[in-house]
Design a protein around this ligand. Structure first.
Ligand code: PMP
Length: 411
């Protein structure tokens, strides 16, 4: 297997860790070590691992009808039900849901739809997609083209894969505005933004940031796409981060949290500002979207069960209760000599490690403490545990980071 984002000679030299079991907030390695999953896998294991009722929901659907596609006049009931359910959770009325197979799919879908929108609206010059430095939007062609992390964007020959893109400063809204004006704001089709930057280091927006983005979108007439692949379905204690920040996007991309990772699923929630033209009138155009597994029946059944669990167990409220605990714990870490900065919001935390501290060494030491964490690019620890984690376990994660840092600094 060619591992993802991996230096293969190192992997083949024996550094591979095989995970064989999941149980609530814990995972088990092939050599039998039980680890607290403080990263929630890749930010997906929101309801926790090993849920019997999700396995049952998948098995029941597989036995009835593994899937039927949703092309043209065909549909399957779980896909219809899940789309309707997601629409009720969206931060705008009359939401339409396009299904894909994951986050990168959803980004490419949303960005193509933004361009299609302006072609249909008689403004063919609106082609540019704006994204932010350090952002992550998946690794398909369009997501790569708008990548804000340069190592994901570089190395594909001159320019980018899709040429009409524009990077703006991560959070300095004045600098961003200057870049947009210099480019010609009227040429912009859409701005794509993670409400809280994830892979780029868990960076929440400064106060008032999205208000200014909305003003710019209004002034130049571009769409706002919230990339909520990490944040949708509860990571910030609200169904969407757009709701929490009153972002009022035209589209929301989602993936991970819709199934808590039990099966691959993604999609785009589309506001009427974009969808209406495809839904009304005999001469409404067809949007040429759709992947073989869009709206896969078994995947959708799992998504429905996952949302049911989040509601039944009150997990959004639990995340809101945990938010101040994580904040308190991480603030206590701020003065540690191995730490440069800490950031936190909802059940997301980032710890910038000091330059002389190797993140990989900290992660390895944490495993000895029974905690699995991820080291993001730029030497940042990612904390994003399953929503079901307890207050004590959350405190244990940060306490273990402190102990691991002490050990690494002393070595
Ligand atoms: N957008 C964001 C904000 C993400 O964090 C990710 C995945 N980490 C993606 C898109 C891509 O999703 P996937 O890996 O499911 O294609």
């Amino acid at each position: 297997m060619w591992s993802a984002q991996a230096h293969m000679p190192t992997v083949l030299a024996g550094s591979q860790t095989v995970i064989v079991k999941g149980d609530g907030a814990y995972i088990v390695t092939a050599d039998g070590q039980r680890l607290l999953d403080a990263a929630g896998g890749l930010w997906y294991a929101n309801v926790g691992h090993g849920r019997e009722e999700i396995a049952e929901a998948a098995a029941a659907q597989l036995r009835t009808l593994e899937t039927w596609h949703i092309f043209g006049r065909y549909a399957n009931q779980p896909a219809l039900d899940l789309a309707n359910k997601i629409a009720t959770l969206a931060p705008f009325e009359d939401a339409k849901v396009i299904f894909t197979s994951g986050g990168s799919d959803s980004v490419d879908m949303a960005l193509k739809l933004a361009r299609r929108h302006w072609q249909l609206q008689g403004q063919p010059e609106k082609l540019t997609v704006v994204s932010r430095n350090d952002s992550y939007h998946g690794l398909h062609a369009y997501g790569t083209s708008v990548a804000g992390l340069s190592f994901n964007r570089d190395g594909f020959g001159p320019g980018t894969l899709i040429p009409e893109t524009l990077l703006i400063d991560q959070w300095d809204i004045e600098a961003a505005e200057r870049t947009i004006r210099a480019h010609g704001g009227e040429k912009i089709a859409a701005l794509i933004t993670e409400p809280v930057m994830g892979v780029g280091g868990v960076v929440p927006p400064p106060a008032g940031y999205f208000e200014r983005i909305k003003e710019l979108a209004k002034e130049f007439g571009f769409l706002i796409i919230a990339d909520e692949v990490v944040t949708a379905f509860g990571r910030l204690g609200t169904w969407t981060a757009s709701e929490r920040f009153n972002l009022e996007p035209d589209m929301i991309t989602f993936a991970k949290g819709i199934t808590s990772g039990y099966l691959p699923l993604g999609g785009v929630i589309v506001a009427p500002s974009v969808s209406r033209q495809f839904y009304e009138g005999a001469d409404a155009p067809i949007l040429h979207q759709g992947l073989t597994y869009s709206g896969h029946a078994t995947v959708a059944a799992v998504g429905l069960k996952n949302l049911e669990i989040i509601e039944r167990e009150g997990l959004l409220a639990h995340v809101r209760d945990l938010e101040p605990i994580l904040a308190e714990e991480l603030e206590g870490l701020r003065s540690h000599p191995g730490v440069k900065a800490v950031r936190h919001i909802g059940l997301m935390g980032g710890v910038d490690l000091a330059d002389d501290v190797a993140g990989l060494a900290v992660v390895a030491e944490l495993e000895r403490h029974g905690v699995h964490l991820r080291n993001l690019p730029n030497n940042i620890l990612q904390i994003s545990p399953p929503f079901i984690i307890t207050e004590n376990e959350l405190r244990l994660i940060v306490g273990s980071i402190r102990a691991a840092l002490d050990t690494v600094l002393a070595s």
